[in-house]
Structure formats: structure tokens, C-alpha cells
Design a protein around this ligand. Structure first.
Ligand code: ATP
Length: 220
């Protein structure tokens, strides 16, 4: 099958990096996977388009790989913060367009933002948050903290909202959140108009103030 034309490179084949690379491959994107560890490279050779053994803290190596031609580079080096950070620095210097990097902790994350990383991810923290929110609020299907004050959730419609139009729910004024899409069976209504009536089986995609989202989660 013809590959989609956005090209990704994933550096570091730990559990997170492998999962990112596999998922992109399954979505028919071309992926170059890179790791300095020969065994990891060998073990992954059947799974993605290209896999190479390389140390990404070496500028010449990155240049030789043509790394700046990739649309997105994901830095998934975990334990070795120095290798992670140095790789990011070199990618920035080489002019990579969009860098996603995994942070080990908040301080590391802050540093990555300062270096100009476009998206910092904290896989363990993010997954922990999702599981916890799903445990306490069973109507929450997906929880993503976009920044400390801004969160997005996918929720089954609380009973109290069923039968009301979006305007009538007054969610914007009450909770400082917006319904950006409604999933109704196979259909997705995006963006919904204020006069859209919420039905029992609807799934709402809501973005807004984190505190407001938490209040919304508590609605029954
Ligand atoms: P996960 O939690 O996702 O399994 P992890 O935090 O255990 O990941 P590590 O195993 O520390 O992550 O790092 C992921 C991979 O990054 C390892 O396979 C390691 O060989 C690779 N790696 C480390 N340093 C470099 C480097 N300088 N260049 C390329 N790959 C590197």
C-alpha cells in the first residue's frame, strides 16, 4: 500500500518509542526508528519502514540521516536525560520543523520547553491521570491535560444535560468550558450549534478550564 506522505522519525526504542513507531506504521506513515542499542534495533527491524542504529547525540550522525527532512521527530529517550536533552538541542540547531519529546519529570519538561520543543509528553503522568479520572468519574472516557489550566475530556452525557440545547446547558458561563464536538452513533457533529439538543447516548468532547472540567465530571 502507498504510504502517506508525512514522514516521522522516532528516536529511542523503549516501550513508549516503540508504541509510537508501531502506531504510526499501522496508520500507514513512513517511520524511521533510531536507537543506539544494536539489540533493540535488530528486534524492531520487521516492524517499521526503516530502523537504524545510531547515537543521536552526534551531530554528524543526525546530518547523515537527513533528520531535518522529517516532518516530525519524536525523542523517546527516557532514562538518559542528558542524551535526551542533547538530542533535542541538536535537532533544534539542525532546523527540525516539529519536535515531540518525552520528559522524565516537570523540571526536565520545563527545560525542553525552553529549548523550543513543540510538544512535551509525560507518558506515565498522562496515563495515570486518565486512569484515575476514569476510575472516579465513570462517564469520563478520555482525559487530556493540554496545559495546567486547559483540559479536554470525552464524556458520556451526564443525565442532567439530556434534552437541553447546548445554549440551555450554559456550560460556558457555569464552568468556562466549550463543547467542541458531539459524537452521536456513527456521526460526529462538529462544531455543534447552540441550538443543538443533547441526546441520551451522546458523547461530548469538551475543552476548557481544568477546574470547570472537574466540576463537569461530577455531574450525574
Ligand atoms: P520506556 O519507559 O518508554 O520503556 P525508558 O524510559 O525505559 O522508556 P530508555 O530505555 O531509557 O527509556 O530509552 C529508550 C531508548 O533510547 C533505549 O532503547 C536506548 O538505547 C535509547 N537511547 C538512549 N540514548 C540514546 C542515544 N544517544 N541515541 C539513540 N538512542 C538512545
Amino acid at each position: 500500500m502507498k504510504k502517506k506522505n508525512k514522514q516521522f522519525a522516532v528516536i529511542g526504542l523503549g516501550r513508549f518509542g516503540k508504541s509510537v513507531a508501531r502506531t504510526l506504521t499501522n496508520m500507514d506513515y513512513e517511520v524511521l526508528a533510531i536507537d543506539s542499542n544494536e539489540e533493540r534495533v535488530q528486534g524492531f527491524s520487521d516492524e517499521v519502514t526503516h530502523v537504524v542504529q545510531a547515537d543521536t547525540t552526534e551531530e554528524e550522525t543526525l546530518k547523515a540521516l537527513g533528520i531535518r527532512n522529517f516532518d516530525v521527530v519524536v525523542v523517546a529517550i527516557g532514562e538518559d536525560v542528558q542524551a535526551n536533552t542533547l538530542t533535542v538541542l541538536l535537532l533544534k540547531e539542525l532546523g527540525v520543523k516539529y519536535i515531540v519529546a518525552k520528559a522524565r519529570n516537570m523540571l526536565h519538561g520545563k527545560m525542553l520547553v525552553k529549548l523550543g520543543v513543540d510538544r512535551v509528553v509525560y507518558p506515565e503522568r498522562d496515563m495515570g491521570q486518565r486512569v484515575a479520572h476514569n476510575l472516579v468519574a465513570t462517564n469520563v472516557m478520555e482525559y487530556i491535560e493540554l496545559s495546567p489550566n486547559l483540559t479536554m475530556v470525552e464524556v458520556a452525557t451526564p443525565r442532567i444535560l439530556v434534552g437541553k440545547t447546548l445554549a440551555e446547558t450554559d456550560l460556558r458561563a457555569k464552568y468556562k468550558v466549550n463543547v467542541v464536538a458531539i459524537k452521536r452513533g456513527e456521526d460526529v457533529i462538529v462544531p455543534p450549534v447552540p441550538s443543538e439538543k443533547i441526546l441520551d447516548e451522546d458523547i461530548l468532547f469538551v475543552v476548557g478550564d481544568t477546574k470547570g472540567i472537574h466540576k463537569l465530571e461530577e455531574l450525574d
